[in-house]
Design a protein. Sequence first.
Length: 116
Amino acid sequence: MTRTMLLSLGLLFLVGCSSANRSPDAIRQQTANATATAARDAKAVAQGVVQGLKEKGPIDINKASEDDLASLPGIDHATAHRIVAGRPYRDSAELEKRHIVSKSEYDRIADHITAH
């Protein structure tokens, strides 16, 4: 009898401490929010790693791939293609002089590029 009573009290304690009062929709919403936060954080970390790897030095516009050029701030794949098509360059300022990129685009990438 004592055993049954203790077991019953233990079960009541466990049931009282559980989160069974939450609805399945609330649990789904909380899970979706946590997943979205985790995905956003993982993406931010990945972007930081990629940027850190790319900051090892300026990109040579005479040798870089279109994908590498498209990773520069404000440069899309079409502009990267124009840069590759206009090779070779004596210096990086030729991108602006030859109207391959606008002045504002060049100003954004000038510190990230070189021409060898």
